[in-house]
Design a protein around this ligand. Structure first.
Ligand code: IMP
Length: 434
């Protein structure tokens, strides 16, 4: 049995797309279990690059079945737009290999409207404005519209009317205009038939695949510190991004998961507001943003950048049960004369090696304690084995691995697929060719 969860160990954007792409070579099914079009990763189609927000990267592999599971919130227009774009680029079988849980919740235009109006008002947290939060709010309030409701036009109309009634005071309060149910239904009409043809009981499909011994990958979105329970609340997304969310969001038992792979950059980034104790606002931060091309793939916003936070990484390792780490973007550190790593925190109660998440609400209460390490100037893109790394880079990697107390499964030294050192492949139990 090999059912591997891939999770972000930071605030998202850890480079999951490339790692998922490398390991999907060995996966028969790739499942997205949480979030929606707030995620974004780049697919390479021949010489073309395409950023997708909903489709897993496995969609380009002819042997891979792709599942959007019930923990997700799905905007039908975004999904069918991505499918059409891939068909336009010659991937004609996309719809045959894709299925969507009939229990996944739909993001409808009023969710995007509320998200956008809230972000324009004081107190916005810097969301992606894709309607994610309001769609999950509808789910918890029991006024959500599920993908399976598309099968029954009468029920669909009732659900949308009830949701609009519930949202009307909020929309008016925010200065917006409440759309009519008829308008919503007319918009959905164009996509309903195609959406319905993709629907399935995906929990059954994934559970059967795991039982049959197929290689299943559960692809996380966002990151641990954006998780609704374990993140830096309230500056978080609205879903369970952690590995436990993979079981709930997919509809398989937690004991079906065989490996949890955590992804971390060699430094840290965050988009949107919220605590980021190791943030840099100097030349080093600028270096990380420019060399690392740290601009949001969904919104284009410049990402905030900072040093790697080891207490946060150990925290992520604990709440996810990380078995192995993929360390990405090590090459971005090339050219820095010295590198800092946060190894502990000074808090009002003294020094701690734990991530002081409960103190982060008030800026300045905790202070990161740094260890300085020598940098290196050599390019890393040609390195294919750990021993070829410059000494300072090798020391940095070894230090992180020991301090995180998790073995390294993979090291990424450049954006290309070939610029990777795979030390362990959880699907095959041995190193795969990069
Ligand atoms: P939402 O998920 O659009 O509601 O945004 C909530 C917070 O999560 C904001 O700070 C976003 O910037 C952040 N966020 C959501 N998705 C991602 C992602 O894929 N990468 C990084 N940050 C994200």
């Amino acid at each position: 049995m090999s059912c591997v969860v891939i999770v972000g160990a930071q605030w998202g954007d850890e480079g999951k797309g490339k790692i998922v792409d490398i390991y999907t070579e060995d996966a028969e099914i790739v499942v997205r279990y949480a979030g929606g079009p707030n995620a974004g990763h780049t697919l390479v189609v021949g010489d073309d690059k395409l950023v997708v927000r909903l489709l897993p990267s496995g969609i380009l592999r002819p042997q891979t079945r792709c599942v959007l599971a019930q923990g997700m919130v799905i905007d039908p227009d975004v999904l069918l737009g991505e499918v059409d774009e891939l068909i336009r680029r010659g991937h004609r079988d996309v719809e045959k290999r894709l299925c969507v849980s009939d229990r996944a919740h739909l993001i409808l235009p009023y969710h995007v409207l509320v998200d956008t109006l809230r972000e324009a008002a004081p107190g916005g947290i810097g969301t992606t404005k894709k309607g994610i939060g309001p769609a999950y709010e509808d789910k918890a309030r029991r006024t959500g519209v599920r993908a399976g409701d598309l099968r029954d036009p009468v029920r669909l109309g009732q659900r949308i009317r009830a949701a609009l009634e519930a949202w009307a005071p909020t929309i008016k309060h925010l200065g917006g205009e409440v759309p009519s149910a008829e308008e919503m239904l007319a918009k959905l009409e164009a996509s309903t038939k195609r959406m319905v043809s993709l629907l399935a009981n995906t929990s059954l499909i994934v559970d059967a695949a795991v039982r049959e011994g197929k290689r299943v990958m559960l692809e996380g979105a966002q990151g641990t510190l954006l998780d609704i329970d374990h993140g830096t609340y309230p500056f978080v997304t609205s879903s369970s991004a952690v590995a436990g969310g993979a079981s709930i969001g997919t509809g398989i038992g937690p004991n079906r998961i065989s490996t949890v792979l955590g992804i971390t950059k060699a430094y840290a980034t965050r988009v949107g507001s919220g605590p980021f104790p190791t943030e840099l606002n100097d030349g080093d931060g600028q270096h990380l943003r420019e060399v690392g091309a740290e601009f949001g793939s969904v919104t284009g916003r410049p990402r905030r950048t900072g040093w790697l936070d080891l207490p946060a990484l150990r925290y992520a390792s604990r709440v996810n049960g990380i078995d192995g780490l993929a360390l990405t973007k090590l090459d971005v550190l090339t050219g820095l004369s010295r590198i800092q790593v946060c190894i502990a925190y000074d808090t009002p109660e003294g020094r701690t090696e734990e991530f002081p998440i409960d103190y982060l609400d008030v800026p300045g209460v905790v202070k990161p304690v740094y260890q300085e390490m020598p940098g290196w100037s050599e390019k890393l893109d040609g390195v294919r084995v750990l021993d070829e790394l410059p000494k300072a880079a090798r020391n940095y990697v070894r230090f992180l691995e020991e301090a995180a107390k998790v073995p390294l499964f993979l090291l990424s030294v450049g954006p290309r697929r070939s610029e990777t050192i795979v030390l362990h492949n959880p699907f095959v139990g041995r190193a795969a060719a990069p």
